[in-house]
Design a protein around this ligand. Structure first.
Ligand code: NAD
Ligand code: ZN
Length: 379
């Protein structure tokens, strides 16, 4: 099969790889029809992680089941499935409580597993023609009959729609509240969209990318352009000096080690300033504790600037971590099926797998208009 592999920092290519096989009788093989490039892939792409050369990337996957192991009961050949990025076993004590992102089985000796990701187990990703799905009865979300028609919506259930929703859940967004979202990337836009779904009366999205802010406006959020570092001031003005009821961090660890691409990591401090006293913050942006080539020693250890004094004085609460996608994706699927959610509004590009390296280059450069890139193997 053809698959996208990592060769080194900012160097990926599409190569021939052996087709995956059923390894355990609880596996299925999926023919991938859509697989997205994610902001999380950029942590590996930019060389901030320990990911090994030759790893197949891709954790936002959707496709058709073409082979099932003899112990698979629920999933059938021909089913269209969306695959949560976390690989869970379904039976460990964390999966049992709904925290599939912290599965104790799928990545032995570690907590949590995922497709095609550094330190998340031996699993290849789905930016390829085929993918092996372990613990398949647990890890496949079987899609309804409009699966093909709404494929670009349903594929968002693999990660960023549940992740954006998770940010609002961690922040505890309630109907009628105001919410400030840092980051208008795919995850931030999904958090803003989720805040709307949860009935927020005012959603403010802060970024410096005009094309992404325009998408935030399109869904009814207030776009706040932080190009001149006036974001905090504007949020405070809009909330009559009090700050928003809730905040979402959807930026995470940015590039520290390449000239001309440095983004000051101010988001947590800005959230502390713009969320009201006793409010709460959901942080889904990834702060990875590795940055092998990084110049900033604290950032390399995952230690970011964060005004804990003001955070404490204001009595703020903070929720963090990976989304346990399974907790949300069935309900969010129902919204898509019923025509009440259309997360594909963020899709900017659909590329054949062979053009994935271009997709990475442009998405990584945050080139104007490159918001969310979907790869279509087989096209
Ligand atoms: P992205 O890199 O495309 O988006 C980040 C956005 O933040 C960009 O638009 C950028 O311009 C903006 N930004 C940078 N610095 C900023 C600042 N100081 N203030 C405001 N905006 C700023 O990535 P994405 O796909 O949207 O992902 C966002 C984060 O979410 C990444 O860290 C990613 O790894 C993480 N993520 C987490 C989970 C999870 O389960 N917790 C899942 C998926 C992605
Ligand atoms: Zn992702």
């Amino acid at each position: 099969m053809r698959a996208l592999v990592y060769n080194g920092p900012r160097d990926v290519s599409v190569v021939d790889r052996p087709d995956p096989k059923i390894e355990k009788q609880t596996d299925v093989i999926v023919r991938i029809t859509t697989t997205n490039i994610c902001g999380s892939d950029l942590h590996m792409y930019e060389g901030r992680t320990t990911v090994e050369k030759g790893k197949v990337f891709g954790h936002e996957n959707l496709g058709e089941v073409i082979e099932v192991g003899s112990c698979v009961e629920r999933v059938k050949v021909g089913d269209r499935v969306c695959l949560p990025f976390n690989i869970g076993c379904g039976f460990c004590e964390n999966c049992e409580r709904g925290f599939s992102a912290a599965c104790l089985t799928a990545n032995p000796g570690n907590v949590g597993a995922a497709y095609g990701y550094a330190e998340m187990g031996p699993y290849d990703g789905g930016q390829a023609e085929y993918l092996r799905v372990p613990f398949a009865d647990y890890n496949c979300l079987v899609l309804p009959e409009d699966a093909q028609e709404k494929e670009n919506d349903y594929v968002m259930l693999s990660d960023i729609f549940p992740t954006g929703y998770h940010a609002t859940e961690l922040a505890g967004v309630q109907p009628g509240e105001s919410v400030v979202v840092y980051g208008a990337g795919p995850v931030g836009l999904m958090a803003a969209y989720s805040a709307m779904i949860r009935g927020a009366h005012q959603v403010m999205v802060v970024d410096s990318q005009k094309d992404r802010l325009a998408l935030a406006e399109k869904i009814g959020a207030i776009a706040i352009d932080d190009t001149e570092n006036r974001g905090v001031e504007q949020v405070l003005e809009l909330t009559k000096g009090k700050g928003a009821d809730r905040g979402c961090e959807c930026v995470g660890y940015q590039c520290f080690n390449c000239a001309g691409h440095e983004v000051p990591n101010l988001t947590m401090n800005n959230l502390v300033k713009t969320v009201k006293a006793t409010g709460s913050i959901g942080c889904v942006g990834v702060f990875m504790p590795q940055d092998p080539g990084g110049a900033d020693e604290l950032a390399r250890k995952g230690q970011i600037a964060f005004d804990f004094g003001e955070f404490w004085t204001k009595g703020l609460q903070l929720g963090t971590g990976q989304a346990s996608v399974k907790k949300y994706n069935r309900y969010l699927m129902n919204l898509i099926h019923a025509g009440k959610a259309k997360p594909s509004f963020i899709v900017s590009h659909e590329l054949p797998l062979e053009q994935a390296p271009d997709g990475y280059r442009n998405f990584d450069a945050r080139k104007d208009g490159w918001t969310k890139v979907l790869l279509k193997p087989g096209k």
